[in-house]
Design a protein around this ligand. Structure first.
Ligand SMILES: *Cc1c(COP(=O)(O)O)cnc(C)c1O
Length: 786
């Protein structure tokens, strides 16, 4: 076995083996949407069949046991699930990587549907304890808030701050069959014993104890917004809490390594960025940038320029959305109160940044205003994306089209100056959870044909192209899907008392409910289908079961009304005897990771229908493709690359391209113009407006209609004709199961690119500066640390 024995301080590599064997990767994220852990652990440790067998011998059923586990729902949707997939891939590729986040006492709420409306319930996921975590109270760290800054001759001092303790809880992250276990470290907030001592001194002991909640509320609950910024003080506290605790931990670990030379601290920190790579999952942990500067300048006494170079070389920033309502812009006034020293540091960064722009573009005041970290206006705000771009050495989008948009449009001023800083890293999913775990029958069938190598190297799925015309394989792929459909149907029947036509097309649209994802467009088309059956009940109809699922942010009025519309339409459709088993509409309650694992393997059609230019990547789309569903979708996010990999004719692509959307915006979108050209749409709108789906309450959905006609940012009517025509093509193909299944096989065979192993290898090579090859070399001489 080869051992790394000689590292250089000036390069990232060992002079003998060419590997940077100290480099540690830190993935900072406010969300880790892990789901369940038991089955995933058994699979990654290669123990699944042994455990199944042992349970069976005891007369127990392992599936029943697995169903008892609560999801760790510490995320909202794609961004949080990406962090979880990345942990699996980083461990599998043998990277020394740590996830850092918050141990929320309450994860994403549980969604109940009552009278067709969404109702939220608290997610008490820790009620029965969590066997996967280990508290590490011995590594407790202090985090400071409030107070003020004193400038002395030895530099700035942040004084009179309040302290909150951060207690780490570690969860093991096993790699897939590689004898590697990484760590996810989540912080829990704890009040120090002298918290609010002033009450105590005044004799109000009870009040002092009650006030401990104020501090401990920091890790109480996940903010349930997806793609939406809510500028609440408690959320800013959460963001600083995870950053401050994690950076102390990272620096402690660096200092205790062989590079943490204590004799010359400046030289020591010079190698910091070569040994530490920190990835920011969106701007949520952006405070890590001013926090590292504060530590280096105020505490370690480095000069600004050296601290700035280290900081910039340490951080990399992933952008996840360009929707303006999702971009974090914190009021300066809040920072003044909560994080006064960080505000000063951000001003200093901005001053130097704008000075640099001024030398490149003298007199261009507009450009300075556009690029400033501080937005002027009635209320001054800090633009966190600008802070991340300036403070990082790499900025990436999450799919080709999204990365193009941020480079050439949203952040063009920044890429003009530092073009090579901007990169693309197309998202991926872990094939362990999203194939081996959730769809064992398909995984086994694939292994029978091409061997098991694809589980670590998903591109090997290409070998399946040789079987596209193999009748036997076609029949087997078809029957695996059929069995998965039957299993889902019986689960739905048992849990919800819904009866499903097994030979109908399983058409699935599951993701967070958001206007840009256009669940409304799907719903309008359901009504079109309903009307067609009612009009000609004896005409042949390709039967469908439309499954829609997803949570709406509790404060998102329009999304909640869309859920009510879907459930109201479902009620009418499902109870109409003329419709029979030709069409069923199911709103699946409480969409979450463990439910996705059950539904996706049974899906035949995957709806990925966001307005072009709005979905940064999407990862749901990839899960469906890998599990043998065909996609009806727009040229948006990773759909574009799915079409590139499988061939555009093997997806049902429809609607405007990004360019078309831009042109329509230029001449101003007029919904009525499109509406007038689609007769079937009149009927649908007329029915909604007249209370057909809300008897006695004709105004119930008025706000949806007003939006569609007068302020629909996502242009549902503009894509509707194309959507209907493409749905017709879907129906045509579905009537030929052999041709349908051939297209399914082509899609599965082309889905290898969307493994998060590929994504992580690219981050490692292009951003963190470590070759994937080197990652596989074990380093037995490495010191064990915490
Ligand atoms: C994959 C996943 C998502 C992301 O889905 P998109 O369709 O990309 O928005 C959201 N929620 C859960 C539970 C997921 O598993």
């Amino acid at each position: 076995m080869f051992e790394c024995t000689r590292w250089t301080l000036w390069s990232r590599k060992c002079i003998f083996c060419n590997a940077n064997s100290y480099l540690r990767i830190y993935y900072l994220s406010l969300e880790f949407y892990m789901g369940r852990t038991l089955q995933n652990t058994m699979i990654n440790l290669g123990l699944e069949s042994a455990c199944d067998e042992a349970m069976y011998q005891m007369g127990l059923d392992v599936e029943e046991l697995e169903e008892i586990e609560n999801d760790a729902g510490l995320g909202n949707g794609g961004l949080g699930r990406l962090a979880a997939c990345f942990l699996d891939s980083m461990a599998t590729l043998g990277l020394a990587a740590y996830g850092y986040g918050i141990r929320y006492e309450y994860g994403i709420f549980n969604q109940k549907i009552k009278d067709g409306w969404q109702v939220e319930e608290a997610d008490e996921w820790l009620r029965h304890g969590n066997p996967w975590e280990k508290a590490r109270p011995e590594y407790v760290l202090p985090v400071y808030f409030y107070g003020y800054v004193q400038h002395t001759k030895d530099g700035a001092k942040w004084i009179n701050a309040e302290v909150v303790l951060a207690i780490p809880y570690d969860t093991p992250v096993p790699g897939y069959l590689n004898n590697t276990v990484n760590t996810l470290r989540l912080w829990s907030a704890k009040a120090p014993n002298d918290f609010h001592l002033h009450h105590f001194n005044a004799g109000d002991y009870i009040q002092a104890v009650l006030d401990r909640n104020i501090a401990e509320n920091i890790s109480r609950v996940l903010y349930p917004n997806d793609n939406f910024f809510e500028g609440k003080e408690l959320r800013l506290k959460q963001e600083y809490f995870v950053v401050a605790a994690s950076l102390q931990d990272i620096i402690r670990r660096f200092k205790s390594s062989k590079f943490g030379c204590r004799d010359n601290i400046r030289i020591c920190f010079d190698s910091f960025a070569d040994k530490v790579a920190i990835q920011l999952n969106d701007t949520h942990p952006a405070l890590a940038i001013p926090e590292l500067l504060r530590i280096l300048v105020d505490i370690e006494k480095l000069d600004w320029d050296q601290a700035w170079t280290i900081t910039k070389n340490t951080f990399a920033y992933t952008n996840h959305t360009i929707l303006p309502e999702a971009l974090e812009r914190w009021p300066v006034s809040l920072f003044e109160k909560l994080l006064p020293r960080h505000l000063e540091i951000i001003y200093e960064i901005n001053q130097r940044h704008l000075d640099k722009i001024r030398t490149i573009f003298p007199g261009d005041e507009q450009r300075l205003r556009r690029m400033s970290l501080i937005e002027e206006g009635p209320e001054k705000k800090i633009n966190m994306a600008h802070l991340c771009i300036v403070g990082s050495h790499a900025v990436n989008g999450v799919a080709k089209i999204h990365s193009m948009i941020i480079k050439d449009q949203v952040f063009k001023d920044f890429s003009d100056i530092e073009p090579i800083k901007f990169q693309n890293k197309t998202n991926g999913i872990t094939p362990r959870r999203w194939l081996l775990l959730c769809n064992p029958a398909l995984a086994d069938l694939i292994a029978e044909k091409i061997g098991v190598g694809y589980t670590k190297e998903l591109n090997q799925l290409q070998k399946l192209h040789a079987f596209v015309n193999n009748d036997h394989f076609i029949r087997e792929v078809f029957s695996v899907k059929k069995a998965n459909k039957a299993k889902l149907a019986s689960m739905l029947e048992k849990e919800y008392g819904i009866h499903i036509n097994i030979s109908s097309m399983f058409d699935v649209h599951m993701k967070r409910i958001h206007e840009y994802k256009r669940q409304l467009m799907n719903c309008l088309y359901i009504i079109v289908m309903y009307n067609r059956i009612k009009k000609e009940p004896n005409k042949a109809f390709v039967p469908r079961t439309v499954i829609i699922g997803g949570k709406a942010a509790p404060g998102y009025y329009m999304a909640k009304l869309i859920i009510k519309l879907i459930t109201s339409v479902a009620h009418v459709v499902n109870n109409d005897p003329i419709i029979g088993n030709k069409l069923k509409v199911i709103f699946l309650e409480n969409y979450r990771v463990s439910l996705a694992e059950k539904v996706i393997p049974a899906a035949e059609l995957s709806q990925q229908i966001s307005t072009a230019g709005t979905e940064a990547s999407g990862t749901g789309n990839m899960k469906f493709m890998l599990n043998g569903a065909l996609t009806i979708g727009t040229m948006d996010g990773a759909n574009v690359e799915m079409a590139e990999e499988a061939g555009e004719k093997n997806l049902f692509i429809f609607g405007m391209r990004v360019q078309d959307v831009k042109e329509l915006d230029k001449k101003r979108y007029n919904a009525t113009q499109f509406y007038e050209k689609i007769p079937e749409l009149y009927t649908v709108i007329d029915q909604i407006a007249s209370g057909y789906f809300s008897p006695g309450q004709p105004d119930l959905f008025r706000d949806i209609l007003t939006m569609l006609f007068h302020h629909d940012r996502f242009k549902v009517f503009a894509d509707f004709q194309s959507y209907m025509e493409t749905q017709e093509k879907v129906n045509q193909l579905y009537q030929d199961p052999v041709e349908w299944t051939k297209m399914v096989i082509k899609n599965i065979a082309s889905s290898g690119k969307f493994s998060s192993d590929r994504t992580i290898s690219e981050y490692a090579r292009d951003i963190w500066g470590v070759e994937p090859k080197a990652m596989k070399i074990p380093h037995p001489t490495e010191p064990k640390d915490s």
